[in-house]
Design a protein around this ligand. Structure first.
Ligand SMILES: [Zn+2]
Ligand SMILES: [Zn+2]
Ligand SMILES: [Zn+2]
Length: 487
């Protein structure tokens, strides 16, 4: 193949793509990857190193597996770690969590063969949160505020929240589970804590679900710290700030082309959201809401003396910076159907995923082992909403060592649209097997078209040449005839 030398701009752009797609590779392997991606280019190692250092890739390219290093400038890297509070094997015996390192972070890898249609695991939300679109159902007693089961009419065993008229539960069990899931935590119930109203009205008016979930995470920690078992608040702290992946929301948004036009408005919204959370969950001593909030905390403390928050706790949970990180955490981990899930949050994306995530109707039974492999469950019948329990199923055979992947975007989108959506929403350029295969196909197709165009151009040129020769020949004959006539 004839090789060409790319311009500096072309090279730097391509080096950045390779670096983002293969964060764990060292310089020489990255150079090899560029050669594989761009076989038509001639690029020396020296030139490659120069381009790599210009995109900030000469240090920390082969980064450590803890992945808690500070992100490089202009690069969106989620901070993540293995969740020390989670025993994945207890939930999902055939898989394990693995740290890949670099920008990829962690993922789920099969430990044993998993057959098509097999259930990898099922899990309840760690933080349950309905879509704001469901709020009218909650208010009209057609949705359980904990498990999010939708009812035709209120079930006979249903119970209402003891402190407000806005929340109903399937039964006492759902009410008792509401606190650990923080789905209707006492601290966010407007009846028990009127200062929570401002959060709820922002969530409803702006359909701002990530604010709702962020508030529930903080309320969960605050509740565990005041009333929980020993170690419960520390477990929430470890999961949020050391386990589940997060990015700073402002860093993420500032990357987008339209950010300058949105910056003022969006920043104002964030400030309002942050102020509402502080007023409801950590009011300053001089704030109007302080006395009522302190009484609420103390009233359920069973005589335990509650220590004030330390400066570190204040900064960790209630600073504006932490708020932006929590919003970013919610945005990259939220499962539309039900909230945040501890194991599910480990699953990485592929445009050809081997795993499917479902909210199946209550009463669905996993296939027996002797029925495997089998088809995936059919779509839920119209009008039947699944519960917020997730079921993770294999779409095809998964072998030990394979990474288990789901799709974060609509798989029907073309490659460029998928990749841009993933970059905008999750901060990475997808280089999955399907994306690479489709790029090779597109390049082959482009090359085939270029060859065909060249062939047509050649044929046209030949045709012109032949026509010109024929005309010349004819003219020559005419000249001869004219000479004959003269003789
Ligand atoms: Zn309530
Ligand atoms: Zn329920
Ligand atoms: Zn892809």
């Amino acid at each position: 193949m004839a090789t060409t030398s790319p311009s500096d701009d072309e090279l730097v752009a391509a080096v950045k793509v390779v670096r983002d797609a293969h964060p764990a590779l060292g310089i020489v392997k990255l150079w090899g990857q560029l050669k594989a991606d761009r076989p038509e280019w001639a690029v020396s190692e020296k030139r490659f190193r120069k381009a790599l250092s210009s995109v900030g890739g000469s240090d920390g390219v082969a980064s450590s597996s803890t992945a808690t290093a500070k992100p490089k400038k202009n690069e969106l890297v989620a901070l993540t770690g293995l969740d020390a509070t989670l025993d994945i094997t207890a939930v999902a015996p055939k898989v394990k969590a693995k740290m890949f390192g670099g920008t990829k972070g962690k993922g789920v890898v099969a430990k044993a063969k998993i057959q098509a249609g097999e259930v990898l695991w099922q899990e309840e939300p760690w933080i349950a949160c309905p879509d704001p679109g469901f709020k009218p159902h909650l208010a009209s007693r057609r949705l359980c505020a904990n498990c999010l089961t939708q009812w035709e009419s209120t079930p006979p065993m249903a119970v209402a929240c003891p402190s407000c008229a806005d929340a109903h539960f399937c039964n006492r069990l759902c009410l008792s589970r509401a606190r650990p899931h923080a789905s209707h935590h006492e601290l966010l119930c407007e009846g028990a804590n009127p200062a929570a109203r401002e959060i709820n009205s922002l969530v409803t008016a702006r359909e701002w679900r990530s604010l709702d979930v962020a508030a529930r995470i903080i309320a969960k920690w605050r509740g565990e710290r005041a009333w929980g078992e020993p170690g419960a608040a520390e477990a929430v702290e470890k999961r949020v700030w050391g386990g589940i992946a997060r990015v700073n929301m402002e860093t993420r948004e500032a990357e987008k082309a339209d950010w300058p036009t949105r910056k003022d408005f969006t920043t104002r919204q964030w400030q309002l959201g942050h102020a509402a959370i502080v007023a409801a969950l950590n009011p300053a001593p001089e704030a109007k809401t302080h006395k009522r909030f302190t009484q609420l905390l103390q009233s359920k403390a069973k005589g335990r003396k509650l220590a004030p928050l330390s400066p570190e706790e204040e900064a960790r949970w209630f600073s504006y910076e932490s708020f932006l990180e929590l919003l970013g955490l919610v945005n990259i981990n939220l499962e539309d159907s039900g909230g945040l899930y501890a194991v599910h949050a480990h699953l990485n994306h592929s445009c050809d995923p081997n795993v499917q995530v479902r909210n199946l109707p209550r009463g669905w039974v996993p296939p027996a082992e002797d029925k495997l492999p089998t088809e995936l469950p059919e779509r839920n019948p119209p009008g039947v909403r699944g519960t917020n329990k997730l079921t993770i199923l294999a779409r095809r055979t998964i072998h030990p060592g394979d990474e288990c992947t789901i799709s974060y975007v609509d798989l029907a989108f073309p490659r460029d649209v998928r990749r841009q959506a993933l970059r905008d929403g999750y901060g990475f350029w997808c280089e999955c097997v399907r994306c690479v295969r489709e790029r090779v196909e597109e390049e082959k197709e482009a090359a085939r078209k270029a060859t065909a165009r060249a062939a047509v151009a050649r044929a046209m040129a030949n045709h012109e040449e032949a026509k010109k020769n024929a005309v010349d020949e004819l003219a020559h004959k005419v000249d001869e005839l004219a000479v004959d006539d003269m003789l």
